[in-house]
Write a protein that binds this ligand. Structure first.
Ligand SMILES: N[C@@H](CCC(=O)N[C@@H](CS)C(=O)NCC(=O)O)C(=O)O
Length: 334
């Protein structure tokens, strides 16, 4: 009998894992508006999003700019506490297990750069126009939206867009935030997350601690590459702001391009990188960021969605850099 107990335990655990796994299976989804899919809904617009996620911030900000009210579903990612993105509530509307997901009358729109375009086209009459009238300006806008977007395999393609450098530049903030998340929550990812590198990276960051981040070679390599690439993207933005005459990317017209870049600057602020990329080095970008923060949408879509784990993460990161010049140098210059 006693020999049977361990076997029964293993069989039960395997059964539980198989059952759970079957409810959490993920697969890629086709991007864009999907009128053939219909999910239960209560409000015309509903948004599944996360406080930290760059793409979620972008869609929230766009809806705020357009004055579109929506029912909010906050979904935690492991960085903000737990893997709610691989639980049935989100998988029911996005089998890919990622945020944001915009629902319009129950039909999903996948990918934030397409959600903002969709929202701009379907905003109520009288909403501000975030897409310019002329073909030439529209093409420019699209180019600047793409230049700020997060696309496939971002870490490998930082040269393509500023958005793709964001995960690398967020590594120090991740290392700081993950100190608040218990190991058992992170480890759940080994069992059920679609990308096992995620729990692995977070476990390593947590085990080594923020104070030792500059001693983790591969992490520092990613940060260094992303930083160099972001310098290139912001030089281009500085030039564009000069050439367009400002105050916005396309000149006098505030557009989806500005929506999309605002969140890039917000992440640089959260990850304590503004000092490296703005200031005297890029006065145009600095003034632009100041103007963006003065927009009412910044308050309602970003400030009012701030999350204690992010705020604590930023503070800890600032303190760690102040306490150790070698860490600061490695993250900002080396
Ligand atoms: N390209 C997609 C990115 C979607 C995406 O990867 N979202 C991240 C947050 S920014 C996510 O949900 N990650 C969940 C996870 O990896 O656990 C978009 O723009 O919507």
């Amino acid at each position: 009998m006693s020999g049977l107990a361990p076997l029964l335990l293993v069989a039960s655990l395997a059964g539980w894992w198989g059952w759970e796994k079957s409810k959490r299976t993920t697969h890629p989804v086709e991007e864009g508006y999907r009128p053939e899919l219909q999910f239960p809904f209560e409000a015309e617009f509903e948004l599944y999003h996360n406080a930290l996620s760059l793409c979620s911030m972008k869609t929230r900000l766009c809806l705020a700019e357009l004055g579109i009210a929506y029912k909010s579903h906050h979904i935690d990612l492991i960085e903000t506490g737990r893997y709610e993105n691989i639980r049935p509530e989100l998988l029911g509307v996005n089998p890919a297990g990622t945020v944001p997901v915009l629902l319009h009358n129950g039909h999903p729109v996948y990918e934030s750069h397409l959600q903002i375009r969709y929202a701009a086209e379907h905003a109520p009459v009288g909403s501000p126009r975030l897409v310019p009238e002329t073909v030439e300006l529209r093409e420019q806008m699209n180019r600047w939206v793409d230049l700020s977007s997060l696309t496939e395999n971002p870490i490998e393609h930082g040269e393509r867009s500023a958005g793709n450098t964001i995960p690398g530049l967020t590594v120090p903030l991740f290392a700081s935030m993950i100190e608040s998340i218990p190991y058992h929550r992170i480890a759940e990812g080994f069992l059920f997350h679609f990308d096992k590198r995620r729990p692995l990276v977070f476990c390593v960051l947590k085990a080594r601690g923020l104070a030792n981040l500059h001693r983790i070679g591969p992490a520092m390599q990613v940060v260094g590459h992303s930083r160099a690439q972001m310098h290139g993207h912001l030089d281009a933005l500085e030039e564009q702001l000069r050439n367009s005459g400002g105050p916005w990317i396309l000149g006098s017209t505030f557009s989806l391009a500005d929506v999309s870049w605002l969140v890039v600057f917000e992440r640089l602020a959260q990850a304590d990188y503004l000092g490296v990329f703005t200031g005297d080095r890029r006065p145009g970008c600095s003034a632009y960021w100041q103007r963006l923060r003065e927009r009412p949408s910044y308050r309602s879509a970003i400030v009012e969605h701030s999350h204690p784990t992010i705020e604590l993460g930023t503070r800890r990161l600032q303190q760690a850099k102040a306490a150790d010049p070698a860490l600061k140098r490695a993250l900002e210059e080396a």
